[in-house]
Write a protein that binds this ligand. Structure first.
Ligand code: ADP
Length: 531
């Protein structure tokens, strides 16, 4: 068989495409300049990459178009070297450079530069493509590695926080990075570490209530927040100061461990280089890493905390545990001695005293066990879709009405009907009982208790207010600590264990809600639950 040459198969008849047609459809940006640096060719991919159309670019000096100012001198010297025929550092190599887009932002590009020599002198030809995505992946990997290293070498939570803000600030070039942690009572955030590369004095605060400022809002809502222009942001009291220091963009993400929010990570900068979703997911990943670290530390720190609550616990044992025990043993001894002479009525009185004290002890043991179940993360809360808060409140009010009537207290209820939510109705009833029984217990004769609950989709706000003995403002941050009892209750020798509110808060948090002690006009106390 005779072999056919390509020519004889008809290739010779095909007309090869003109180079400019190839450049018109190329995915690589093609830019050509003469020895003065003026643009002589600019293809559509160059238009897409740098933002200037061919008409806008042709004849313009390349420095004015796409070369960042800090590279102008080096660029000019490079061209001069090439024109003089000196071996250059850039010709014929694959380079990674920063280019400037028409809108002002810089983008990393991979580029090859070659030269041809024509009658009018040398022409330089650059093929380039945007490597922002690859660049970002490298930067993100670097910051993740820096965070992992920082956590591995941290001697404690404080140092871990320092290392994380430094890793983010230094690797990602954010001028201000802050790490905020919720304190024990979960009402206030404290700044655990701050990275700053410029003077931002008026912007600096070290404490923020939950719900206030970017970190406070992120913790309250348990979701990331992106503020693209702090100058027009009305949500944060620090925004005007931030804008004065040239910080325009702010991004915050919550730091969580399991279902609990521990704090927030926030960065502030002149501009965001990365798209919102990819940057937020980087921060979320770092926050998750940190959350796990803090959780491990927390287990260690719990041992220390236990020692701190020891005194409160001893007080509980000496009063709340020993008192009923003494009553039981004393009454039993008397009962035994006088058994022969006691009437049935007196015997019943003795037995009632013994049963009452035994019940107090059983309730306390129950509370302690319940708290340990709730805090250990066991599924002690079983939400169902069918819970109706209105019914729960009505049930609790029914129970409280009798003891309230004994003290001539008025209970007023202002509650939407129905208030349906996905919740464990039994546990909500426990919350309602705790808040109402406290209101009854800590309100002297003749006072008023007010219960309100309203829905404002997606939130439910539920308050229990009383006109009772109140809680001194200075003691409020400690109120949700185990065994803590306010001085107002201790001074009046009102019995209690300091466990009810801790259990209440644990239940509400397992429902992703919050409980706070709100400011109160006049004497008394108001608890507000947000679900
Ligand atoms: P207990 O009432 O058994 O001591 P709690 O955990 O329910 O335990 O409450 C903790 C403390 O908070 C109480 O000891 C009391 O000092 C204070 N407290 C709670 N509710 C009220 C209230 N409605 N008014 C005044 N003080 C309250």
């Amino acid at each position: 068989m005779r072999r056919q040459s390509p020519r004889s198969r008809g290739y010779a008849q095909r007309v090869p495409p003109a180079p400019q047609d190839v450049l018109a459809v190329a995915l690589e940006a093609y830019v050509s300049i003469d020895s003065d640096g003026r643009v002589v060719a600019w293809n559509p991919a160059a238009e897409a990459t740098f933002g200037y159309s061919e008409t806008q670019a042709l004849g313009q000096h390349i420095e004015e178009l796409i070369i960042p100012e800090r590279f102008h001198t080096a660029h000019r010297q490079g061209i001069q070297r090439a024109v003089a025929g000196e071996p250059g550092r850039v010709l014929g190599r694959r380079l990674e450079l920063s280019a400037r887009h028409r809108d002002g932002h810089e983008l990393p590009v991979e580029m090859t530069l070659t030269v041809t020599h024509g009658p009018a002198g040398p022409l330089f030809h650059a093929f380039a493509h945007d490597v922002t995505v690859a660049h970002r992946a490298r930067r993100f990997a670097a910051v993740e590695a820096a965070v992992a290293r920082g956590l591995a070498h941290a001697a404690g939570s404080g140092q871990a926080a320092e290392h994380v803000v430094e890793a983010l600030g230094a690797t990602m070039d954010w001028p201000v990075v802050e790490l905020w942690l919720l304190d024990g009572d979960r009402q206030v955030l404290s700044c655990a570490a701050r990275w700053e590369t410029r003077e931002v004095d008026d912007f600096v605060v070290n404490e923020l209530p939950v719900g206030v400022g970017l970190p406070g809002m992120v913790c309250r809502d348990v979701r990331p927040r992106w503020i693209s222009d702090l100058a027009v942001d009305g949500c944060s009291p620090r925004s005007p100061a931030a804008a004065r220091y040239g910080l325009h963009v702010a991004v915050g993400v919550p730091i969580s461990s399991g279902e609990q929010v521990l704090g927030a990570l926030a960065v502030y900068g002149d501009r965001a280089e990365d798209p919102e979703d990819s940057f937020v997911s980087l921060l979320t990943g770092i926050a998750a890493h940190l959350g796990q670290y803090l959780e491990r530390r927390r287990a260690e720190e719990l041992t220390v905390e236990l020692a701190q609550t020891k005194d409160d616990f001893l007080a509980l044992v000496s009063h709340e545990l020993l008192n009923p025990l003494a009553v039981i043993t004393g009454t039993t001894a008397l009962f035994n001695e006088d058994l022969g002479t006691l009437s049935i009525e007196q015997q019943r009185d003795y037995l009632q005293t013994i049963t009452g004290s035994a019940q107090r002890l059983a309730a306390m043991a129950g509370d302690l066990l319940d708290l340990s179940r709730l805090e250990s993360g066991q599924p002690a809360v079983h939400p169902t879709a069918a819970a109706n808060l209105t019914e729960v409140i009505a049930q609790a009010v029914d129970v409280a009405t009798m003891s309230a009537a004994d003290k001539h207290l008025t209970i007023t209820v202002d509650v939407d009907d129905p208030i349906e939510l996905v919740a464990d109705a039994g546990r909500l009833l426990q919350v309602a009982d705790n808040l109402l029984s406290n209101a009854v217990k800590y309100t002297p004769e003749g006072g008023t208790i007010t219960v309100t609950a309203h829905t404002d989709e997606p939130w439910i706000t539920w308050t229990v207010a009383d006109t009772g003995i109140g809680i001194p403002a200075a003691e409020r941050p400690r109120l949700f600590r185990r065994f803590y009892r306010a001085s107002t209750a201790l001074d009046r020798r009102i019995p209690g264990t300091g466990l009810g509110l801790v259990i209440t808060r644990a239940i509400i948090e397992r429902h992703h809600g919050t409980i706070t002690l709100t400011d109160h006009a006049g004497p008394g106390t108001t608890f507000a639950v947000e679900l």
